[in-house]
Design a binder for this molecule. Structure first.
Ligand code: GRG
Length: 275
């Protein structure tokens, strides 16, 4: 399998994700229109879709059904999109642009952007409630809430805010990264495994795989933005840290058997990413 194949795979999965998100998001014509427009504006037509692609690719590795995995895949992308809207707000990072266009609050105002984020978070769980298998529906909601809440992304964001006013060391930065970025990427992988119905040991391996990938993803993000880890190490050292993590991620996959080629390629693409 070569880069071209990965590119085609990502294009195909992104198209499916876009189509499904489009179908499940409220129409912009539904009242109140502004909030629906803001939700659709922020979710559709942009982003690398790395998290939902991981859900689909992990499910595929274990022979899961794509039509089942696409629901948790879209739910995780809705949560990710909400976090970006809120992170761009003036009370957080105050960013004017996101995904190559005006950030949600720049286009719709702070109040609608805040509410659009809230609505996307709510909508993610509404989507999971549509899963026919009640056990899976419950597990999806449970693991996603944990990864997005104070144990994960929100907790990481708080630690990050606090770190800005305190001493910053590698241990603290690793903890922020684990919670703020890696937990959501970890759960994206785990959702695919749960969807495919794997055993507990395999779930744990896949979680570790996603966690290593998630930390590496943030390290690479910091290299691209010349921020975060680059405040504590050189770019070469950071790249080396990411490479070790990607290697560990791939090692988690190797005992699992199956056609791991695509997940290996996705892992390598994270290490080589330029955006
Ligand atoms: C809930 C306010 C709030 C924040 C949570 C996730 C987060 C913390 C903030 C978002 C900003 C940020 C830089 C997060 C780190 C994770 C990260 C690198 C996000 C960007 O993800 P990509 O590159 O974005 O996958 P696209 O646009 O491709 O989906």
């Amino acid at each position: 399998m070569n880069t071209k194949t990965l590119e085609t795979y990502l294009q195909e999965k992104s198209a499916l994700i876009e189509e499904t998100l489009d179908a499940y998001l409220p129409q912009a014509t539904e009242t109140p229109k502004t909030i629906h427009e803001a939700m659709r504006y922020s979710v559709l037509g942009g982003g690398k879709r790395i998290r939902p692609v991981l859900t689909l690719a992990v499910s595929e590795l274990f022979g899961g059904f794509e039509e089942e995995a696409i629901i948790p895949a879209c739910a995780v992308e809705l949560i990710h999109s909400y976090s970006l809207i809120h992170d761009d707000l003036p009370v957080m990072d105050n960013d004017d642009t996101r995904r190559g266009k005006a950030s949600c609050h720049k286009k719709f105002g702070d109040a609608i952007a805040l509410l659009a984020g809230d609505a996307l978070l709510t909508h993610a769980f509404q989507l999971l409630a549509t899963v026919k298998n009640p056990e899976k529906s419950k597990r999806f909601a449970e693991v996603l809430a944990k990864a997005a809440g104070t144990e994960g992304m929100i907790g990481g964001q708080v630690l990050d805010l606090e770190a800005a006013t305190k001493d910053f060391d590698l241990l603290k930065l690793d903890e922020v990264t684990l919670r703020k970025t890696a937990r959501l990427i970890e759960v994206s992988s785990l959702l695919g495994a749960i969807s495919a119905g794997v055993d507990e040991t395999t779930e744990r391996s896949i979680s570790r795989f996603g966690r290593y990938l998630g930390i590496a993803f943030q390290v690479m993000d910091d290299i691209i933005d010349r921020d975060g880890y680059l405040r504590l190490m050189t770019s070469d050292e950071a790249k080396n840290k990411a490479a070790v993590l990607i290697q560990k991620a791939k090692e988690e996959l190797s005992p699992l058997g199956g056609a791991r080629e695509m997940l290996n390629l996705i892992s390598e693409a994270i290490l080589n990413r330029k955006r």
